[in-house]
Write a protein that binds this ligand. Structure first.
Ligand SMILES: *Cc1c(COP(=O)(O)O)cnc(C)c1O
Length: 363
């Protein structure tokens, strides 16, 4: 199949804007008048330093990052932040609050226990992570070094619709699968992080946005490469950053800006997700997995009453060019990831297919 005949619903690495990929393709051997590929440049060369600074400026603008916060371009995936956050923030108080609303926050919660006392401030495990706890279901400790949560649960298809109130306790948030899909009030957060491969760039880049006031509190054994303080001091260039991925992020940010930035994206995202949820709500065959108030606008999880029908749905979808609709192995069913770069045509094709499939599989 060609790209034009397919829509990719992968949860990550996931679809990137075709415009950004085409530009990268056009520039792949020779960037500007440099005579070389961005992949071949020294990260300390003036031309690459220019690209780096520009991408940072674009991201700062796209997310309205205040001067109190620093943007870092790191490696190690979102998962490395599960360790970096406690190593850097657990600090003198030695305890932290975690809300566990899915697989990734659960991994982060368990990892943090290596570095201090960790309170389970809230959990949605009782209903297999199909909902998001309300503010009055969260038990916060005013003495915690930080409060941690995952804004969008990629696997379960749930999304926080509010920023938890934690008083003076700084918030650390995993935004891997929703960053750049809506405006964020960055000032409310101590640390935001996101693996790039969901909504920003190829895998290999992790974006961290950190309140500079939180730097320099790392535990003494923290590896150099995992110190926020050092990375801030060196502007993410203590060692070689993921140069190519940062450049691609720049192309994606240009595309984002041409579509009205995060405000434009939020409008598109809400519309796209609603189209799929509307099909689910009208359907007698499919059921949405997440509770209505917690439904993710990025990862839509659903299923039929039978595994066989689920499998047939995924298989026939592939034949139609609707790719990667199988749910995560821990949840089963189906999952349609409708990130920023998922075109509306992909949603229309999915909705049409779901209706056709239901007619053929009447219950
Ligand atoms: C994908 C994902 C991760 C893991 O990202 P890696 O870069 O593979 O470590 C963590 N959190 C969330 C919310 C994700 O969607």
């Amino acid at each position: 199949m060609t790209r034009k005949e397919t829509f990719n619903f992968s949860s990550g690495p996931s679809v990137l804007p075709a415009e950004a990929l085409e530009r990268a393709g056009a520039e792949i051997c020779n960037f500007g008048s440099s005579g070389m590929s961005v992949m071949e440049m020294s990260h300390r060369s003036p031309i690459y330093e220019g690209i780096f600074a520009e991408v940072k400026t674009k991201l700062k603008k796209a997310l309205s990052v205040p001067d109190s916060h620093e943007i870092l371009f790191l490696q190690g995936g979102a998962s490395m932040q599960f360790s970096m956050i406690p190593m850097n923030l657990m600090g003198e108080k030695g305890c932290a609050d975690y809300a566990v609303t899915g697989n990734f926050s659960d991994t982060a919660y368990k990892e943090a226990k290596k570095y201090g006392t960790v309170n389970l401030a809230a959990s949605s495990e009782d209903k297999n992570h199909t909902y998001i706890p309300a503010q009055n279901e969260i038990t916060t400790d005013p003495n915690a070094s930080y409060f941690y949560y995952c804004a969008n649960n990629t696997i379960y298809g749930t999304q926080w619709k509010y920023v938890p109130e934690t008083g003076a306790v700084p918030i650390a948030c995993d935004m891997s699968s929703e960053i750049l899909s809506k405006p964020v009030d960055i000032k409310k957060y101590g640390v935001i992080f996101a693996g790039a491969q969901k909504n920003m760039a190829p895998a290999g880049l992790t974006v961290v946005i950190i309140d500079k006031a939180l730097a320099g509190r790392e535990l003494p054994f923290t590896p150099l490469m995992m110190s926020y303080g050092l990375m801030i001091e060196k502007d993410s260039m203590f060692n070689t950053p993921p140069c190519w991925n940062i450049y691609i992020l720049g192309l994606v940010l240009d595309w984002l800006e041409s579509r009205g930035g995060v405000i434009g994206m939020e409008k598109e995202t809400v519309e796209k997700a609603k189209m799929v949820y509307d099909v689910l709500d009208e359907s007698r065959l499919f059921n949405a997995c997440a509770e209505p108030g917690a439904r993710s606008n990025m990862n839509i999880t659903f299923r039929t009453k039978s595994r066989e029908i689920d499998a047939a749905f995924v298989k026939e979808a592939e034949a139609r060019g609707l790719l990667n609709l199988k749910g995560h192995r821990s949840v089963g069913g189906m999952r349609a990831s409708v990130y920023n770069a998922q075109p509306i045509e992909g949603i229309l094709a999915l909705a049409e297919y779901m209706r056709d499939f239901e007619v053929k599989n009447r219950v």
